[in-house]
Design a protein around this ligand. Structure first.
Ligand code: CP
Length: 322
């Protein structure tokens, strides 16, 4: 059973199947799950800015009937007075049933989990991983295609510092016959330790700098922002920013059944003239993030039986003849 979610590899295929099924059931009728988390408290400890992850986590727990505590700014916590991350974790464990942690330094949620007495969820750690974004992405891809295998997925932009694409490729490469096109400037390509592992596993992976040349063969185009905050040399960022901009003209070369995803926030890498296109799925993707996080917390809090019962009741009601 899943205890913490720190790396995407923590999730077995069985866990994933259950989380995605529960998320799909919730997406069909969210209000039916409004008491599953009654009495439970989520703590959101965000040491780095966020709109979607923090608010979708909070919305998820409130929609499950639970409560939320937390902070969204390191300066508003006792870390600013020198408290260690481990002490914060020990103390907050006694105030909540599950905690979601975002931190600019990789592996901080892992350190917190090592002393926590409640499940810890990695809500983004530096340039390392963002596993709950991947759950969101998977819920979205499955809603659109009805499957997670045999897809050609283009990852475009900042593949070096973009934690969302690190988690996504690690998970999607576990599904049969998926193919990846890594579209980035040389300086922002996927870290070697990730591509080496994919090579070892025989994953079909092509590296290119050419978005226009690749777009026509994709089922999913996953755009990412150049991660300004991760560059030590800001002049390097200036040179690379704006390197890929998906606009209506470039999208014209894509298949009609492709979808465009983006973890958001965007800066300029998707032109707003794409937003109205039926292939632009990134705002829907953000909405699915609430259902994915509701399903994840159900799993971590041991509430699966109650959620499954609700889904089963619905099936019985739907199936009953008039
Ligand atoms: N996708 C994502 O992580 O967005 P936020 O930084 O707004 O949480």
């Amino acid at each position: 059973m899943l205890h913490h979610l720190l790396n995407i590899s923590d999730i077995t295929k069985t866990d994933l199947e259950h989380i995605l099924t529960v998320a799909g059931n919730i997406a069909n009728q969210p209000s039916r799950f409004c008491e599953v988390g009654k009495g439970k408290i989520l703590a959101t400890l965000f040491f780095e800015p966020s709109t979607r992850t923090r608010l979708s986590f909070e919305s998820a727990m409130l929609r499950l009937g639970g409560g939320v505590i937390g902070f969204s700014d390191m300066s508003a916590s006792s870390s600013a007075k020198g408290e260690t991350i481990e002490d914060t974790s020990r103390v907050v464990s006694s105030y909540c049933d599950v905690m979601a942690v975002r931190h600019p330094t990789a592996f901080t949620p892992h350190k917190m989990a090592s002393v926590a007495t409640v499940p810890v969820i990695n809500a983004g750690d530096g340039a390392n991983e963002h596993p709950t974004q991947t759950l969101t992405d998977l819920v979205t891809i499955r809603q659109r295609f009805g499957r997670l295998d045999n897809l050609t997925i283009g990852l475009c932009g900042d593949l070096k510092y973009g934690r969302t694409v690190h988690s996504l490729i690690k998970m999607m490469s576990r599904f049969k016959s998926n193919r990846f096109v890594l579209i980035a400037p040389d300086k922002l390509q996927m870290p070697r330790e990730i591509t080496r592992a994919l090579d070892r596993d025989g994953v079909n992976c092509r590296v290119t700098g050419d978005l226009e040349g690749a777009i026509g063969k994709l089922d999913v185009l996953y755009m990412t922002r150049i991660q300004r905050e991760r560059f030590e040399d800001k002049s390097e960022y200036e040179k690379l920013s704006g390197v890929y901009i998906l606009d209506k003209e470039k999208l014209a070369a894509a298949r009609r059944d492709m979808i465009v995803l983006h973890p958001l926030p965007r800066v300029d890498e998707i032109s707003t003239d794409v937003d109205g296109d039926e292939r632009a799925w990134y705002f829907r993707q953000a909405q699915f993030g609430v259902y994915a996080r509701m399903a994840l917390m159900i799993e971590l809090l041991g509430l699966s039986a109650a959620a499954d019962e609700i889904a089963e009741e619905r099936r019985v009601v739907v199936a009953r003849p008039a």
